[in-house]
Design a protein around this ligand. Sequence first.
Ligand SMILES: Nc1ncnc2c1ncn2[C@@H]1O[C@H](COP(=O)(O)OP(=O)(O)OP(=O)(O)O)[C@@H](O)[C@H]1O
Ligand SMILES: O=C(O)C1=C[C@@H](O)[C@@H](O)[C@H](O)C1
Ligand SMILES: [Mg+2]
Length: 193
Amino acid sequence: MASRLQGTSIVLIGMMGCGKTTVGKYLAEALNYRFFDTDAVVESVAHKTIPEIFATDGEPGFRTVETQVLAELSAYTRLVIATGGGIVLARKNWSYLHHSVVVWLDVPVEHLYQRIKGDSNRPLLRSPNPQQTLHDLLEERRSLYAQADVRVVLQGDEPPEWVCDRVVQEIAQILNPVATEQPSAASHAPEFN
Ligand SMILES: Nc1ncnc2c1ncn2[C@@H]1O[C@H](COP(=O)(O)OP(=O)(O)OP(=O)(O)O)[C@@H](O)[C@H]1O
Ligand SMILES: O=C(O)C1=C[C@@H](O)[C@@H](O)[C@H](O)C1
Ligand SMILES: [Mg+2]
């Protein structure tokens, strides 16, 4: 059967700590796609860590490089791209994001906080009340994340492998809804390659 996905890349969006990097690696392995993380590529291009980029160039400097990296990655097929939590902020980024199937990992703030508290690699959380900051950032961004093709609502206690399987199912559902709604139509099972 002709592939429904036809090699389209998958991009994961969502708040800091929702699991884009962690789940993205499982997803790439499951689909036999290559994995990229925009945060890691930005650090590699800038030869600096994200906290160092924020310290020297500010958030605008970081966002400029982030957009350049996203633009380059979006030209390729068969990638799983884990993004930084703020990739949704720049309108221009959406023209690149829409080259791929965009998946929002929607995890409650309490779980996000439990996962990333004490991690000093996220400069935006260097505030007196990081949990409140996470909450405020999510409220500011919720309508942007909601522009994803697929929203995966999670409780936050699901293991990454489970989340990966769920993402695969949800993508299959939007790309090939008839086949995935009828389990008996096994010959029409979605393909990802
Ligand atoms: N499903 C999960 N269950 C439990 N812990 C998880 C899960 N997914 C990720 N984590 C843990 O949460 C932390 C943050 O995960 P990860 O770095 O993948 O988030 P992210 O969405 O890429 O965040 P950022 O936007 O900051 O890059 C890591 O310590 C990771 O091991
Ligand atoms: O949510 C955000 O704005 C960010 C998330 C991280 O992935 C990094 O991209 C950076 O710390 C900013
Ligand atoms: Mg990440």
